[in-house]
Design a protein around this ligand. Structure first.
Ligand code: PRX
Length: 639
């Protein structure tokens, strides 16, 4: 990658940031030069946020898997691309070199072709964190198929809706997954999902847990024997820079999940650059991101970013608490990890365990330790910095979104300061602004506003699959001419950014984005429920938890606990266990405005024990309900 833009110090950050702002095309074009293009682009950037339309490296042709793998084979063929650490620490660690990865990906690409998958087809991947997952992704990228990875914790119905939304032709899954002491039968979930899908012609199945599964003839195939028949040679399909690379679904505040579409050239350049600079990756380093590949963090910072840099990336199948809460720290010692990247919710859950779990291991290899996915509270930041980083590794609180594709705000070790709970400064190429409610840019420091972005960056999602209008309405309509993130942020007196949280109806629970409306719709399907409203409440481990106010059709309620269980079961089966409610309060009515809208602001205050500052209640239609809910909260939930 262009060494001119590698950030190694404070002055370089300032110089490069300024250059990227005044000449974005030279900046990103310069970085892009380092990659393999079978045809160079005609224009670095064309954009119009009013349409909205954004094109990077238009006219350029390339293949991402070739850039991730083949480009390194001469120099780094024997270097490990992935180190697979299985769920069970007694199972051997697997070392996958770049040349081995190349063979596996080529075989897989040939297998996809043999099953009729062609450029532009959508392939749904529903796999646990095993090597077949990045191999399947890279094989899709190699033949130009668009992968749509669905996190293997989603329910059959959630999986089906994602398969149907993008008309996937194939599903790649496994018999099941290991999660600590538990195992989950994924193939059964796929079977259930496919009862409601008509576009899937083939299901490829990896054997992982050796459970009994039903294979439908002519549709379902075990992968291993088919791969054996395939050639290790494959010529990568040359893609247009703006051809879709993947679809990744994220919750919206209303309606169905949004299939964010990421394209090839810009995503590649951005993922490579941010990985290298944020983690200050050096060629011999060992890097580990503990996210799941089913989320954007895993796409960009387990697979594409590290491979584009010829890095060695740890692929961890398990959970942080198995076989005990020292597993992460043990793995860091065992593999001499230099960069470790995880989520605040994981840090909080490990911080509540005995420090012995951490102190038992030598963590001195760590140079950079990152967090992502939600605001990190000061206690968790300090715990991470003191006990994991030992005050020596740099904490990078990185901000980004499924929509942004790559990290946009983060400290850069040895170049810009790391400040507790602050994502700090935009990376080069990123023009942040804070807007007031009327869409005016808030200038100066020590200010708060809605976090927006003024100009495009290469890895931004280009559209929502099949619904460009929704893309426009969600991101470009509230503040015309800007990309609106949906987050609030402050800029402190020194100009550093701190993300304060969502300003829409998305709640981040344990790092997972959950739209309230889709969960409410599921609750409302229950025969006893009239309506519901979900609000977020502070939670010591999850960051935020879900508190549901549910009004009932009947006044009589025989068994409150049973109904709560039924509601949560319904949510788990329709969305997934991650969306279950932590607290439920039944009521006869929900507080509403005179025009009939539920007053969520008031419910949020009640659920967060802030009912002494309800604010303006003059438009409230039914004040006695509020008094009743406060009383119920005080008796049942107040500690
Ligand atoms: O609210 C912000 C929060 O996570 C949202 C994006 O979620 P998702 O698309 O699932 O991607 C998560 C992984 C990149 C953002 O709108 N968020 C992400 N990182 C941070 C954060 N909030 C505060 N600090 C962060 N570092």
């Amino acid at each position: 990658m262009s060494q001119n833009y590698r950030i190694r110090g404070t002055e370089e950050y300032t110089r490069i940031y300024n250059e990227s702002k005044t000449s974005p095309e030279e900046f990103w074009g310069g970085i892009a030069e380092a990659f393999s293009w079978s045809k160079k682009w005609d224009a670095v950037l064309k954009w119009d946020f009013n349409q909205p339309e954004v094109k990077w490296f238009e006219g350029g042709k390339l293949n991402l898997s070739e850039n991730c793998i083949d480009r390194h084979l001469n120099a780094l063929g024997d270097k490990n691309a992935f180190i697979f650490e299985p769920n069970n620490p007694n199972e051997p660690t697997e070392y996958i070199s770049y040349s081995e990865l190349s063979k596996r990906v080529n075989r897989f690409a040939n297998l996809l072709l043999s099953k009729g998958i062609r450029k532009g087809d959508r392939v749904c991947i529903y796999l646990p964190m095993i090597p077949d997952l990045p191999v399947a992704m890279l094989a899709c990228a190699r033949i130009g198929a668009i992968h749509s990875i669905v996190f293997a914790g989603f329910s059959a119905q959630a999986l089906a809706s994602r398969i149907n939304d993008s008309d996937c032709k194939m599903v790649i899954t496994s018999d099941g997954s290991f999660r600590g002491e538990k195992s989950i039968e994924l193939k059964n979930i796929v079977d259930e999902a496919l009862l409601n899908c008509t576009t899937v012609e083939t299901v490829l199945v990896v054997k992982r847990i050796h459970s009994k599964v039903t294979m439908m003839p002519e549709r379902d195939y075990w992968i291993a024997p088919l791969l054996e028949q395939q050639s290790e040679v494959h010529t990568a399909e040359q893609m247009d820079a703006e051809d879709p690379l993947f679809i990744l679904y994220t919750s919206g505040s209303t309606g169905t999940p949004k299939g964010m579409v990421h394209t090839t050239g810009g995503y590649m350049v951005n993922a490579a650059y941010t990985f290298q600079n944020v983690f200050q990756y050096e060629p011999e380093d060992m890097y580990w991101c503990s996210a799941d590949i089913g989320w954007i963090t895993g796409h960009s910072y387990i697979v594409y970013g590290p491979l584009l840099n010829g890095a060695t990336s740890v692929l961890f199948e398990g959970v942080p608490s198995y076989p005990d809460c020292g597993r992460f720290w043990q793995t860091i010692e065992k593999l001499n990890v230099n960069q470790f990247y995880t989520a605040p919710t994981t840090i909080r859950s490990l911080a509540k365990e005995s420090l012995d779990f951490v102190n038992r291991y030598d963590l001195s290899s760590l140079k950079t330790i990152g967090t992502v996915g939600e605001p990190i509270n000061i206690e968790a930041w300090n715990w991470y910095n003191d006990n994991v980083g030992k005050g020596k590794a740099t904490v990078v609180d990185t901000w980004f979104q499924t929509e942004t594709g790559c990290i946009l705000i983060s400290p850069i070790p040895n170049a810009t300061p790391s400040i507790a709970t602050f994502a700090t400064l935009p990376l080069p190429g990123v023009q942040l602004v804070l807007l007031d409610d009327d869409g005016n840019e808030i200038l100066g420091n020590d200010v708060k506003g809605k976090l927006c972005i003024k100009a495009p960056w290469p890895s931004m999602a280009r559209t929502i699959w099949g619904n460009h209008q929704r893309y426009k309405e969600t991101y470009f309509t509230a503040f015309p001419g800007y990309y609106f993130t949906g987050d609030g942020a402050l800029r402190n007196e020194d100009g550093y950014y701190r993300i304060t949280g969502r300003v829409d109806d998305v709640i981040i629970v344990s790092g997972h984005n959950l739209g309230t409306a889709p969960i409410e719709n599921v609750i409302n399907e229950h025969e006893k429920v009239a309506e519901s409203a979900i609000v977020g409440v502070q939670h010591p481990i999850k960051g935020m938890a879900l508190f549901g106010f549910v009004s009932l059709k009947t006044i009589e309620l025989d068994d409150e606990n049973l109904l709560k269980q039924e509601i949560n079961q319904l949510i788990a089966s329709k969305i997934g266990p991650i969306a279950k409610l932590d607290f439920i309060q039944f009521t006869q009515e929900l507080p509403k405005t005179r025009s009939g809208k539920i007053m969520r602001r008031i419910l949020r205050k009640i659920a967060n024990n802030e009912s002494d500052s309800l604010g303006d209640v003059s438009t409230l239609l039914n004040p006695p309900v509020v008094a009743q809910l406060i009383e119920l909260y005080n008796t049942k939930f107040k500690k």
